[in-house]
Unconditional design. Structure first.
Length: 327
């Protein structure tokens, strides 16, 4: 039986961090063997919030590609591409915008949330309201059967389903209605125990050097109740402990758990141990990254090749779409 097709994307807003790795990338990497995968960089979507500062976008695209390749997304298994290279996305976006009722967009929860959150930006634009319509075009262009996303993006896939149904209803059965494949959110938090995010300045990046990692880990907030070295700690609520569970061998958290509760081990020592294990665990990623950093031409080739492959599929879809819409 033919493999099912999945598609997902990321906006090129900056270097990827451990939250992205455990939230999305590790999952994408595993799915490569079971699905026909399309992964792309949504650079037009980056414009919806950052239209006044487009300078970093190109560099970010290159860096996200580096991050992708270094964690093991593979151009042999998946089609890795850049949204704006495939202009057909814009054409399909236009056609979908004709059939998408405004109330569907106005009641989109991420729309209201983001406007409230990013209050220093003027988001009263047509493009920002239409964000999910462009996302729908991205998805159905490749006739994806599934879309792996975190819970925050689930409303957009839901809208995509409605838009695909509406298109099929008007113009004929062209598009599969894609399933949401919910990705578990990462259990690890940022250095300050908030969600790990570049904009909170609390992230450990895949591209951080061992030295940077040691420095950041030493800054991590542990059990906030544990003020003094002699106070007992609670690993259940400690983010450093969560890192140990992910990056240290099994025995380490088993040993640390009682030692923390009895104040035998101090946070400084516990963090030092964790930092070294984290550094070791990320070594294969760093190694691959440094190879691709030395060979930027290979990264460009991979990108060109993915872009061409995606473009071919999109061209085919748009021929069907134009035929169906009769325009
Ligand atoms: N909106 C997604 C995000 O911010 C990025 C994205 C754009 C996307 N198009 C997509 C994700 C299509 C999945 C499918 O993370
Ligand atoms: Fe957290 Fe380790 Fe400190 Fe316990 S000893 S509070 S697990 S950092």
């Amino acid at each position: 039986m033919a493999k099912k097709r999945i598609l997902s994307g990321m906006r090129p807003t900056g270097p990827l961090h451990l939250g992205n790795l455990h939230g999305a990338l590790a999952n994408w990497k595993d799915m490569q063997d079971d699905y026909e995968c399309y992964f792309f960089i949504a650079d037009w979507h980056a414009l919806t919030t950052d239209y006044d500062s487009t300078e970093p976008i190109r560099g970010n695209i290159h860096n996200v590609f580096l991050d992708w390749l270094s964690v093991g997304l593979s151009p042999e298994k998946s089609t890795l591409f850049v949204q704006s290279y495939v202009k057909e996305h814009a054409e399909l976006f236009l056609l979908l915008s004709m059939i998408t009722p405004l109330p569907w967009l106005e009641r989109n929860p991420t729309y209201k949330e983001q406007i409230a959150q990013l209050e220093n930006r003027d988001l009263s634009t047509f493009g920002f309201l239409g964000y999910p319509v462009l996302q729908a075009a991205d998805i159905i262009m490749y006739k994806a059967n599934g879309v792996p996303v975190g819970i925050d993006q689930a409303p957009h896939v839901e809208l995509t389903r409605e838009i695909a149904r509406r298109f099929n209803h008007f113009y004929g059965d062209i598009f599969p209605v894609p399933e949401t494949i919910l990705t578990e959110t990462s259990k690890i938090l940022g250095l300050d125990r908030r969600k790990m995010s570049k904009s909170y300045n609390n992230a450990i990046f895949l591209s951080d050097s061992p030295k940077e990692i040691r420095k950041k880990v030493s800054r991590m907030i542990t059990d906030p109740q544990r003020a003094r070295r002699t106070d007992p700690g609670n690993p259940d609520i400690c983010n450093v402990f969560a890192f140990h569970q992910l990056y240290s061998d099994k025995k380490t958290p088993q040993r640390i758990d009682p030692e923390c509760r009895s104040a035998e081990i101090g946070c400084v020592e516990c963090k030092k141990l964790m930092a070294e294990n984290l550094i070791n665990a990320l070594e294969p990623i760093r190694e691959k990254r440094s190879y691709y950093e030395d060979h930027p031409e290979i990264v460009s080739e991979v990108m060109d090749d993915g872009n061409h492959r995606a473009h071919k599929v999109a061209r085919q879809t748009m021929e069907e779409v134009r035929e169906a819409v009769k325009i």
